[in-house]
Design a protein around this ligand. Structure first.
Ligand code: SAM
Length: 340
């Protein structure tokens, strides 16, 4: 990859021909839930506050990627993004960004939904377009066991608030874990059809801080589609580079997505990169390398220098993760520390 002299428009294409379009920004590593497949119950070490990127630093990175490096889609995540003070202010700053051809960036948020009843209208007003709310059980006791928080009622109210605020689509992320919630797959489909939201079933990945992931806890995407299809007939929808394979109900009542990260990795189509809350640039959830953006930014690096750093990282992006292979190495950071 050639060095970036001036950051005009210089798309980031890796050695496998994949071009970066989607930037995931973690706004905090902190979270008000402790989901079993993500964080430990206690003992998480938080990034010190002065090491977390400020809104201005996040906006600078986002602007560079949108205006000069070919990104047209941004998702805010965490940790739990809604625990970061004044999140709508950041949303407004990012909603103002325009791609070189003058289009607004496709701006989305992933949240556990517990604070959405109050925040959904403010986020929408600030320019957020769509939202993913994580929800792994519709049964109060199981929800409390999976998240280690008794907040099902507030999450359900948050989903309703997101729909009422006009965020569209509202997707519901369900991490399917064998022995925990695979018996609720059809219930989630029913819930989605009734609530006007799209369930997206995510295969459990080895990114849990407790290190409890095993292959036999993964519920394969094919099994999920088959279970739903048996009750609500489905047909596949052609889709772009996004990881979810999409299925719509033949009766026209909406759709579901499945993210087969483990059983059918979509790394060959990967168009995303990530910035962690402390400003580390990552080209893959499972990347082993850190490309620190924060230090150069705080030491006065120019946009061209930051673009060059991004180009170097993308230039050595690997073909894909090695989950289930003998040479798989878990990344140093767990999901909440990277930004899912
Ligand atoms: N706190 C927010 C939330 O709950 O959606 C955003 C951050 S969370 C890390 C982002 C997404 O990652 C959620 O949908 C969560 O369910 C998913 N996730 C976390 N750990 C995972 C794992 N080990 N495997 C698959 N998905 C995971």
């Amino acid at each position: 990859m050639t060095s970036v002299a001036t950051p005009r428009v210089h798309e980031l294409t890796d050695s496998f021909g994949r071009t970066v379009r989607d930037l995931r920004i973690s706004v905090t590593d902190r979270c008000n839930f402790r989901c079993v497949y993500c964080m430990p119950e206690e003992g998480m070490k938080w990034v010190p506050r002065d090491e977390i990127l400020t809104f201005e630093e996040i906006e600078r990175v986002a602007r560079l990627f949108v205006e000069h490096l070919g990104v047209n889609s941004i998702r805010l995540t965490g940790g739990e993004p809604t625990v970061r003070a004044d999140l709508p202010t950041l949303v407004r700053m990012l909603a103002d960004l325009r791609t070189p051809d003058g289009r607004p960036v496709d701006l989305a948020l992933t949240t556990n939904g517990a604070k959405l009843t109050r925040m959904a209208p403010r986020l929408k007003d600030a320019g957020l377009q769509r939202i993913n709310v994580s929800l792994d059980s519709l049964k109060p006791e199981r929800f409390a066991a999976m998240t280690r928080r008794d907040e099902l009622t507030s999450v359900l109210a948050g989903i309703q608030a997101a729909v009422e605020a006009g965020l569209d689509p509202v997707k519901v992320n369900v991490v399917a874990v064998r022995g925990w919630n695979e018996d609720e797959i059809v219930d989630f489909a029913t819930f989605g059809r009734q609530a006007g939201v799209q369930p997206r079933f995510i295969e459990f990945m080895p990114l849990d801080a407790d290190g409890g992931w095993t292959m036999d806890k993964v519920v394969p995407a094919d099994e999920i589609v088959a279970a739903i299809n048996a009750v609500y007939p489905l047909e596949e929808v052609a889709h772009g580079p996004e990881p979810a394979s999409r299925w719509r109900y033949r009766d026209g009542t909406g759709e579901i997505g499945v993210i087969p990260s483990v059983t059918k990795p979509f790394c060959g189509d990967c168009d995303r990169v990530r910035i962690t809350a402390e400003g580390s640039f990552q080209t893959c959830l499972f990347a082993q390398d850190d490309y620190d953006f924060r230090t150069p930014m705080r030491e006065g690096a120019t946009d061209a220098e930051l673009a060059d750093l991004a180009a170097r990282a993308v230039g050595v992006k690997w073909a894909g993760h090695r989950i289930g292979k003998i040479d798989f190495v878990r990344p140093r950071r767990s999901m909440s520390q990277i930004g899912g």
